[in-house]
Structures are given as structure tokens and as C-alpha cells.
Design a protein around this ligand. Structure first.
Ligand code: HEC
Ligand code: HEC
Length: 89
């Protein structure tokens, strides 16, 4: 390959990588900034350091249709609570 063409290919590859990196960063950051974290209060204290999957089994004790704090009808899909509502610990 002529030298100039090689340089262009390299440039395109770098541009592509930068594009992928920013997309990934955007997707990673977007939900975290707006979604409420796990509250820092006695109800949620024990979940802050617990394994995520273990903790999520217990959220429904309060946050279910018949619990004291049901989720609103417009709540997004609720599989894996702690991926969206981050732990503070
Ligand atoms: C013992 C009952 C109880 C359990 C168990 C519980 N919560 Fe809560 N949660 C509450 C109460 C009460 C509120 C409303 C008052 C408040 O914001 O602390 C609440 C509020 C919230 C909020 C809303 C915060 C906001 O700012 O709007 C989120 C998010 C939340 N809980 C997530 C969770 C997750 C995730 C779990 C499981 C790991 C969980 N909760 C387990 C009682 C509970
Ligand atoms: C896909 C992301 C996502 C997942 C998964 C998720 N939530 Fe939420 N949750 C939200 C958003 C967005 C809101 C809207 C208000 C906000 O920004 O906190 C919300 C709101 C809440 C609220 C406040 C009351 C309400 O309904 O608006 C509670 C309590 C709550 N979530 C608990 C939970 C629990 C418990 C689980 C797991 C069973 C869970 N969430 C899973 C994104 C999520």
C-alpha cells in the first residue's frame, strides 16, 4: 500500500475508535445521571454493600403492588433494580 493510503486508513480507524468510545461513554453515563440512587436511609442501609443480586430479591418486600411503597405505573422495566438505582457504598 502507498504510504499516503496507509495513513488515511489509520486515521479512519482512529476516528472509528473515538466514535465507539464516546458512544459507550454516553450510554454508560446517561441513565446514571438522572435516576435516583438507592436512598441513604435506614430502610436501604443494609443494601448498600450487599451483593446486587441478593439485594434485589428483597426490594419487593416494600416496592411491590401490595407493599408500602409500590412502584408507579410509569416505572421503567424493573429487572435488576441496582443497575439503575446505584448503591452509594
Ligand atoms: C423496608 C422497606 C424497603 C425496602 C426493603 C426497600 N425500600 Fe426503597 N424505599 C422505601 C421507602 C419507605 C421509600 C420512600 C422514602 C424514601 O425515599 O426513603 C423508598 C424509596 C426508594 C427509592 C426512591 C428514591 C427517590 O429519591 O425517589 C428507590 C430508588 C428505592 N427505594 C430503591 C430500592 C431498592 C433498589 C431496593 C432493594 C435493594 C429497596 N428500595 C428496598 C422502603 C424500602
Ligand atoms: C431501567 C432502569 C431502572 C430499573 C431496572 C429500575 N428502576 Fe426504579 N426508577 C427508574 C427511573 C428512571 C425512575 C423514575 C424516577 C427517578 O428518576 O428516580 C424510577 C423510580 C423508582 C422509584 C420511585 C417511585 C416511582 O415508581 O417512580 C422507586 C421506589 C424505584 N424506582 C424502585 C425500583 C426497584 C425496587 C427496582 C427493582 C425491582 C427498580 N426500581 C428498577 C429506573 C429504573
Amino acid at each position: 500500500m502507498p504510504e499516503q493510503k496507509k495513513n488515511k486508513t489509520l486515521l479512519y480507524n482512529i476516528a472509528f475508535l473515538v466514535f465507539c468510545a464516546s458512544l459507550l461513554l454516553f450510554l454508560w453515563k446517561a441513565p446514571e445521571e438522572t435516576t435516583a440512587r438507592l436512598p441513604n436511609d435506614p430502610d436501604h442501609e443494609k443494601f448498600q454493600r450487599m451483593d446486587k443480586k441478593e439485594a434485589e430479591k428483597l426490594c419487593g418486600e416494600c416496592h411491590s403492588e401490595n407493599g408500602p411503597v409500590p412502584l408507579s405505573a410509569k416505572h421503567p422495566p424493573k429487572y435488576r433494580c441496582l443497575f439503575c438505582h446505584k448503591q452509594n457504598a
